[in-house]
Design a binder for this molecule. Structure first.
Ligand code: ADP
Length: 486
């Protein structure tokens, strides 16, 4: 990939330079040719439009030795005619045949080419026609006098233009060579800056594909490659986060499945062992038999509770949990829960109080579910508080919310465990929870129910001192959101 990018860039630069130099060269050479051509004809026209020169030539044509006189006049003007330049000559031609009579460059056995301008002069008109393709430039002027008709003829071989063009061509070739070297160098440099960035992008993409997100691309350029690098980094971040989330949820799923299996196996094992003991020992005293049967019934109840709690949670997860939203008195619900739990607290000699900080408005929500949350809060307080402990329910209302707080002076929760108590199956003390009929799912369900009411549940605890758990619910319920949860 890299080589082809290098080659492409170098080739493009080379073609660019070659075409640029060819176009510039062609225009320059053509410009020089036409400049010289124009110069020549302008000069001739200026010189031959001088009346004294033309008049002198005309009067010379009246004389006997007209050709010599005319040649002398032209020689006298050789400076302004540019004849001393070496490539330009003058001739006096016969006005009827165009044959050379005399001139500045007359050689034996040599004939002057009869050009279109000479023919024009023979016909009696001034020959000033220019032909950029011809290898010469010429001017032919007819001069008639009493001693005959003559043609004053100036011819330039264009050798100067040609040697200049050749020199220019050489210069163009040389600069083309230098330009090519520079452009190869520049295009290699350009390719290198691009290729280096692309290479680091490729390496980064390979790393990401291999699951390594540790290195970020460090391309500071503000050009398209810089934007690409930034986008790539963002994409890698997103991917890393998504993968992390996936791994976490996969780990949670595994842990959950392991927990479910474990939680169900424990009661099954004890049911089985008690049932087997009863089967193999029919002679057990009736009291022991009754005690064993009671354990079997209790363990079955626990299994039923675990299964029904799991069903509730899986319905929440699937979004298929049915909630019945209606207006009800939160105050009455709190009071009902207090009354329902009072007996249990009294059984444990716990001091159990209820206090309303203000009168509570009716709220919109699923009454049975809200009461389930309150019962879970109070039963936890009773379960995790020693006999003779103190438990209080306080409830009140703020602007558009109602709240209920359950406080106990029980065993408390270590601060490291506090954030986890809402996790499924998470229990600080498994044995104690199981002993008291807990499943480790109560607070997870409470959290789901409260969330579906757009409310919050907060737990604050100090190990050995006690726990406070507060639920807050909006008076208006879940508003329009409730539909999607139904
Ligand atoms: P469980 O059925 O075990 O009570 P929960 O989900 O209701 O399950 O509670 C999770 C864990 O949080 C409990 O096992 C217990 O360790 C802790 N917990 C909850 N409420 C209290 C509390 N009032 N005092 C002490 N620990 C508590």
């Amino acid at each position: 990939m890299n080589r082809s990018l290098y080659v492409k860039l170098v080739l493009i630069m080379l073609l660019l330079i070659i075409s640029l130099m060819s176009v510039v060269g062609a225009f320059l050479m053509r410009g020089i040719r036409s400049f010289y051509l124009n110069e020549f004809y302008q000069q001739m026209q200026t010189v031959f439009s001088k009346p004294d020169l033309v008049n002198a030539l005309r009067s010379a044509a009246d004389e006997k030795n007209a050709d010599e006189l005319m040649a002398e006049i032209l020689r006298a003007h050789s400076g302004s005619l540019g004849i001393d330049s070496g490539t330009r000559n003058y001739y006096i031609l016969s006005g009827t045949t165009g044959a050379v009579i005399t001139g500045s460059d007359v050689r034996p056995e040599w004939e002057l080419e009869i050009t279109p301008n000479i023919l024009t002069a023979i016909a009696g008109a001034e020959g000033y026609r220019s032909d950029s393709n011809a290898e010469y430039m010429d001017v032919a002027l007819p001069i008639r006098g009493q001693s005959g008709s003559y043609i004053v003829y100036i011819k330039d071989s264009k050798a100067t233009v040609q040697s200049l063009s050749a020199e220019l061509f050489e210069i163009i070739l040389e600069s083309l060579a230098v330009g090519l070297i520079i452009s190869v160098f520049l295009s290699l440099l350009l390719a290198k800056t691009m290729v280096t960035s692309i290479q680091s992008l490729t390496r980064a993409a390979e790393r990401v594909a291999g699951g390594d997100f540790s290195d970020k691309l460090d391309i500071q350029a503000r050009d398209e490659i810089g934007v690409l690098a930034k986008t790539f980094n963002n994409m890698a971040d997103q991917l890393e986060k998504t993968l992390d989330d996936l791994r976490k949820s996969e780990a949670m799923r595994r842990e959950f499945v392991a927990n479910v299996s474990h939680e169900l196996r424990t009661p099954i094992t004890s049911i089985r062992s008690y049932a087997e003991t009863l089967e193999t020992n029919p002679g057990l005293p009736p009291d022991t038999q009754k005690q064993f049967l009671q354990v079997i019934v209790n363990e079955s109840d626990r299994m039923t509770k675990i299964v029904s709690d799991l069903l509730t949670l899986s319905r929440f997860d699937a979004g298929s949990f049915e909630m019945v939203f209606e207006e009800f008195s939160f105050e009455k619900s709190v009071r009902d829960v207090y009354n329902a739990m009072l007996l249990e607290a009294q059984r444990r000699n716990q001091e159990f109080s209820l206090e309303f900080k203000s009168s509570l408005p009716n709220i919109r929500g699923d009454r049975a579910r809200v009461e389930q949350v309150l019962i879970n809060m109070v039963s936890n307080a009773i379960k995790y508080t020693h006999n003779g402990g103190r438990i209080s329910i306080t409830a009140g209302a703020t602007d558009d919310c109602v709240w209920a707080l359950v406080k106990d002076n029980g065993v408390g929760i270590p601060s490291a465990d506090v954030p986890r108590v809402f996790d499924r199956f998470y229990r600080v003390d498994k044995a104690r929870s199981r002993e008291s009929g807990g499943t480790g799912l109560g607070l997870s369900i409470a959290k789901e129910i409260v969330a579906r009411h757009n409310g919050t549940v907060e737990l604050d605890s100090q190990l050995g001192k006690g726990t406070t758990i507060t639920v807050t619910l909006p008076v208006k319920g879940a508003g329009h959101d409730q539909k999607k949860n139904n």
